[in-house]
Design a protein around this ligand. Structure first.
Ligand code: HEC
Length: 114
Protein backbone atom coordinates (compact mmCIF):
# COMPACT_ATOMS: atom_id res chain seq x y z
CA UNK A 1 0.00 0.00 0.00
CA UNK A 2 2.74 2.46 0.89
CA UNK A 3 5.01 1.69 -1.99
CA UNK A 4 4.45 5.02 -3.77
CA UNK A 5 7.70 6.80 -4.35
CA UNK A 6 7.49 10.55 -3.89
CA UNK A 7 7.53 11.37 -7.58
CA UNK A 8 5.04 8.58 -8.18
CA UNK A 9 2.45 10.18 -5.94
CA UNK A 10 2.80 13.48 -7.77
CA UNK A 11 2.54 11.87 -11.16
CA UNK A 12 -0.48 9.78 -10.19
CA UNK A 13 -2.44 12.67 -8.78
CA UNK A 14 -1.95 14.62 -12.01
CA UNK A 15 -2.91 11.70 -14.22
CA UNK A 16 -5.90 10.66 -12.15
CA UNK A 17 -7.40 14.07 -11.42
CA UNK A 18 -10.08 13.86 -14.09
CA UNK A 19 -11.76 10.57 -13.25
CA UNK A 20 -10.88 10.46 -9.58
CA UNK A 21 -14.03 11.91 -8.03
CA UNK A 22 -16.37 9.36 -9.54
CA UNK A 23 -13.98 6.44 -9.18
CA UNK A 24 -13.31 7.08 -5.51
CA UNK A 25 -16.96 7.34 -4.65
CA UNK A 26 -17.71 4.10 -6.46
CA UNK A 27 -14.72 2.39 -4.85
CA UNK A 28 -15.88 3.42 -1.40
CA UNK A 29 -19.36 2.01 -1.97
CA UNK A 30 -17.96 -1.26 -3.27
CA UNK A 31 -15.48 -1.56 -0.42
CA UNK A 32 -18.35 -1.08 2.04
CA UNK A 33 -20.32 -3.76 0.25
CA UNK A 34 -17.34 -6.13 0.34
CA UNK A 35 -17.03 -5.63 4.11
CA UNK A 36 -20.75 -6.19 4.61
CA UNK A 37 -20.62 -9.31 2.47
CA UNK A 38 -17.74 -10.79 4.48
CA UNK A 39 -15.32 -10.88 1.55
CA UNK A 40 -12.59 -9.01 3.43
CA UNK A 41 -12.39 -11.72 6.06
CA UNK A 42 -10.34 -13.57 3.47
CA UNK A 43 -9.43 -10.98 0.82
CA UNK A 44 -7.59 -7.70 0.47
CA UNK A 45 -7.24 -5.57 -2.65
CA UNK A 46 -3.46 -5.46 -2.51
CA UNK A 47 -2.15 -8.53 -0.75
CA UNK A 48 -3.00 -12.21 -0.59
CA UNK A 49 -4.67 -13.24 2.67
CA UNK A 50 -6.45 -16.58 2.78
CA UNK A 51 -7.69 -15.77 -0.72
CA UNK A 52 -5.85 -14.00 -3.55
CA UNK A 53 -5.44 -10.21 -3.71
CA UNK A 54 -8.28 -8.84 -5.81
CA UNK A 55 -5.85 -6.85 -7.95
CA UNK A 56 -4.20 -10.17 -8.86
CA UNK A 57 -7.59 -11.67 -9.73
CA UNK A 58 -8.29 -8.70 -12.02
CA UNK A 59 -4.91 -9.10 -13.68
CA UNK A 60 -5.34 -12.82 -14.25
CA UNK A 61 -8.74 -12.55 -15.94
CA UNK A 62 -8.12 -9.23 -17.74
CA UNK A 63 -8.66 -10.66 -21.25
CA UNK A 64 -11.23 -13.28 -20.34
CA UNK A 65 -14.71 -12.30 -21.52
CA UNK A 66 -16.41 -15.10 -19.65
CA UNK A 67 -14.69 -14.48 -16.34
CA UNK A 68 -17.51 -12.43 -14.84
CA UNK A 69 -20.28 -15.01 -15.16
CA UNK A 70 -17.96 -17.85 -14.16
CA UNK A 71 -16.60 -16.06 -11.10
CA UNK A 72 -20.06 -15.07 -9.88
CA UNK A 73 -20.88 -18.79 -9.66
CA UNK A 74 -17.54 -19.56 -7.96
CA UNK A 75 -18.08 -16.85 -5.36
CA UNK A 76 -21.66 -17.96 -4.70
CA UNK A 77 -20.90 -21.68 -4.46
CA UNK A 78 -17.29 -21.57 -3.27
CA UNK A 79 -14.21 -23.06 -4.89
CA UNK A 80 -10.59 -24.10 -4.58
CA UNK A 81 -7.62 -25.10 -6.70
CA UNK A 82 -7.41 -21.99 -8.85
CA UNK A 83 -4.99 -20.16 -6.58
CA UNK A 84 -3.84 -22.81 -4.15
CA UNK A 85 -5.13 -25.33 -1.68
CA UNK A 86 -7.26 -22.92 0.35
CA UNK A 87 -11.01 -23.18 -0.14
CA UNK A 88 -13.45 -20.31 -0.55
CA UNK A 89 -16.59 -21.32 1.29
CA UNK A 90 -19.96 -20.53 -0.36
CA UNK A 91 -21.00 -16.89 0.13
CA UNK A 92 -24.67 -17.00 1.01
CA UNK A 93 -24.74 -13.75 2.90
CA UNK A 94 -24.58 -11.71 -0.30
CA UNK A 95 -27.38 -11.75 -2.89
CA UNK A 96 -26.36 -12.93 -6.34
CA UNK A 97 -26.89 -9.45 -7.72
CA UNK A 98 -24.47 -8.04 -5.13
CA UNK A 99 -21.91 -10.71 -5.93
CA UNK A 100 -22.16 -9.73 -9.57
CA UNK A 101 -21.56 -6.07 -8.71
CA UNK A 102 -18.60 -7.00 -6.51
CA UNK A 103 -16.99 -9.27 -9.08
CA UNK A 104 -17.42 -6.86 -12.00
CA UNK A 105 -15.89 -4.10 -9.87
CA UNK A 106 -12.96 -6.16 -8.63
CA UNK A 107 -12.22 -7.30 -12.17
CA UNK A 108 -11.85 -3.65 -13.15
CA UNK A 109 -9.12 -2.94 -10.57
CA UNK A 110 -5.62 -2.03 -11.71
CA UNK A 111 -2.75 -4.44 -11.15
CA UNK A 112 -0.69 -4.20 -7.97
CA UNK A 113 2.21 -1.79 -8.03
CA UNK A 114 4.88 -3.98 -6.48
C1 HEC B 1 -13.68 -18.03 3.76
C2 HEC B 1 -12.77 -17.13 3.08
C3 HEC B 1 -13.30 -16.37 1.86
C4 HEC B 1 -14.38 -15.51 1.78
C5 HEC B 1 -15.34 -15.10 2.89
C6 HEC B 1 -14.41 -15.03 0.41
N1 HEC B 1 -13.40 -15.59 -0.31
FE1 HEC B 1 -13.03 -15.29 -2.29
N2 HEC B 1 -11.57 -16.70 -2.23
C7 HEC B 1 -11.12 -17.36 -1.09
C8 HEC B 1 -10.10 -18.34 -1.47
C9 HEC B 1 -9.35 -19.27 -0.52
C10 HEC B 1 -9.96 -18.24 -2.88
C11 HEC B 1 -9.06 -19.07 -3.79
C12 HEC B 1 -9.86 -20.30 -4.24
C13 HEC B 1 -9.16 -21.09 -5.32
O1 HEC B 1 -7.94 -21.28 -5.25
O2 HEC B 1 -9.86 -21.51 -6.25
C14 HEC B 1 -10.89 -17.19 -3.32
C15 HEC B 1 -11.05 -16.80 -4.64
C16 HEC B 1 -11.86 -15.76 -5.07
C17 HEC B 1 -11.96 -15.29 -6.43
C18 HEC B 1 -11.21 -15.91 -7.65
C19 HEC B 1 -11.86 -17.23 -8.00
C20 HEC B 1 -11.23 -17.90 -9.20
O3 HEC B 1 -11.84 -18.87 -9.72
O4 HEC B 1 -10.14 -17.51 -9.66
C21 HEC B 1 -12.85 -14.25 -6.44
C22 HEC B 1 -13.31 -13.44 -7.65
C23 HEC B 1 -13.31 -14.09 -5.08
N3 HEC B 1 -12.68 -15.01 -4.28
C24 HEC B 1 -14.23 -13.13 -4.68
C25 HEC B 1 -14.84 -13.11 -3.42
C26 HEC B 1 -15.96 -12.24 -3.08
C27 HEC B 1 -16.62 -11.23 -4.01
C28 HEC B 1 -16.28 -12.52 -1.77
C29 HEC B 1 -17.40 -11.93 -0.92
C30 HEC B 1 -18.76 -12.08 -1.44
C31 HEC B 1 -15.35 -13.55 -1.32
N4 HEC B 1 -14.50 -13.88 -2.35
C32 HEC B 1 -15.35 -14.12 -0.05
C33 HEC B 1 -11.58 -17.18 0.19
C34 HEC B 1 -12.70 -16.43 0.54
Amino acid sequence: MNSHSRWGVGLCSVLMLSGAAFAEKNDEAMIDLAWESGCFNCHDLDKPLLGPAWRDVAERYRDDDEALSRLVVTVRDGGSGNWGEERMTPNRRAAEEEIERLVSWLLSLDARED
